[in-house]
Design a binder for this molecule. Sequence first.
Ligand SMILES: [Zn+2]
Length: 79
Amino acid sequence: MSLNCEETFRRFQDYIDRELSEEEMRLVREHLESCGMCAEEYLFEDRVLRHIRKFLADNEVPADLSERVFGALDRDSGV
Ligand SMILES: [Zn+2]
């Protein structure tokens, strides 16, 4: 079994958060190693997420606001 691009995209956020099963982590990693387009997109999302998290941490944003931000991100990445 392997993932196509869309299936890989959908898992990026959980992959970054390491919330996938071991098997799914491996499938995403395998796809990223063989697909330049997804690898680039992954690097971009990883950077954006880290940036947002750092901003939220540095600025002591209320939890409900940061949840809204991530809720919006989830919807955007839902293709
Ligand atoms: Zn791909």
